[in-house]
Design a protein around this ligand. Sequence first.
Ligand code: F6R
Length: 617
Amino acid sequence: MCGIVAAVGTDNVLPILMEGLKRLEYRGYDSAGVALVQAPGRLGRAREVGKVAALEQALVAAPLTGMTGIAHTRWATHGKPSQDNAHPHMSGRVAVVHNGIIENHLALRAELMADGFVFTSETDTEVMAHLVERELQRSDSLLQAVERAVARLEGAYALGVIDAEAPDRVIGARQGSPLVVGVGDHGCYLGSDPLALLSVTDRFIYLEDGDLVVVNQGGCTVHGLAPDGTRQEVVREVMRFEHDDLAVGKGEFAHYMLKEIHEQPVAVANALEGRLGADRVLIEALGPQARELLADTRQVHIVACGTSYHAGLVARYWIEELAGVPCQVEIASEYRYRQVVAPPGTLFLALSQSGETADTLAALRHARRRQGDDAYIGSLAVCNVPGSSLVRESDLSLMTHAGPEIGVASTKAFTTQLTALMLVTLALRQVRGGDPELTARLVHRLRYLPTLLGDAVALDEEIRGIADGLASHRHALFLGRGSQMPIAMEGALKLKEISYIHAEAYAAGELKHGPLALIDETMPVVALAPMDDVREKLNSNLQEVRARGGELLVFADPESGVVAGEGVTVVNVPACCHYLAPIVYTVPLQLLAYYVAVARDTDVDQPRNLAKSVTVE
Ligand code: F6R
């Protein structure tokens, strides 16, 4: 979603703010802006519609300098992308940047207008600027004014506030939207994501809901909210963000997405690192309470959104077949709003790359509230971002170690999630005393998985060669069976989100129950044909497509028996066992979507209307 950066330094902080915005641009990108205290009593602001580069150009033409500033990239929620709606929003001496949604903004707007405040945008955020300006007139400090202003807000927010009359500080506030403090040697910073600040520090404080923070050159002071509503200064741990800063750049690749596809062998090796014994999964490596929690688990509820939801769907096949544990998978935005029956012994498993997805977090909180009533025995987060809300609020977390994922379309986060979910599956199997021979075989194959993924990535050239054929179509169907069905869904999602081609996935057996009517020579059909028990049935489904003139592109095991011919293109995927095949077959589908998008000249890393990390409902 939107991104926040703020800085108080010993020199002009504009370069730090702009670098932060560039690093955050993947989160939201319809407009960007910056405000600095240029001199005591004087604020300077620049805002532009479009990408950060447009703001950068504007600042070349009309430079701003200051040692205290806030900046923002916006993904529109209230009001269209326009200069007026771009953040920072100002009211007199105050400027504000905001992520999240202020739900009672209409009532506050009416109240402030009645008080004589003039609104210049359609955003919910502008109420905050006016609220702080009003409170400043009756407060002793900027902190007190912000504290009083946020007390009026309903909804979710991460905020950065500056005051021209208090040029040495930025006030931050967090409620429901992520915000971190970066502690540097030459200043102190705020960011909605640590990634924004990695060029200046690797030490972070993860603020908690209700926190207010005063950031100044020498450090910060956090004021926590006690359950009784009083505020007191609190000490929050400073954590080191382990990272390889190079991982944040594009390197030799044209796009982050391509780089992240190619990183998958290493990312999956990292996800396995330290978690496999000679012939079993090291359950202790999943966390101190993991063995007990998994042993008590009677069923699993997996909850996630988008690509992460697809990973959950694959895991259901594994968990039921390999661990014999009933498993239900649901989209978080549905799960949280219905009366879910969670029988005693339910493990709530939340899957999220970012760990900040609003619906997934809300579903977790909903489950945790019911933890005492005997239904949910605990929560496990499978997540890529250490210190994220999901990780902090779950009983147990299993990090996927994919490294920073910048491309909006999720790639390595997905394959590492699948890898982590296979570890959870095998751990569930082990604590239930499942046949150790099969466990040992799968552990051995998992060790070989990074190599297989390397072979799958090597299909790059071949897939680039066939992508043009798909790029001219307006629709596509994806077919899979069994645990490849969610991979077909993921392939269709990748294609639609970055190439804007309409794509749907079907279980191949469902074809003749309706979608077959769509098939003619204008409807390309992408199918997944690994070596599994249903390959003969899949072959019959493919014949049904061919008989109606549909063009087939089949990603197939070399032994699958699918033969290339007129109207049938076959790409051989490295041979692999059917349990791990969903992970391996994902890679060619990502490459296909990528090269089709490149052929259509879309904005691959930042597709229209989308944003990374959906922190609003
Ligand atoms: C698609 C994609 C999204 C995310 C979804 C959930 O490529 O990235 O569908 O998977 O928004 O995000 P996380 O996993 O961060 O909860």
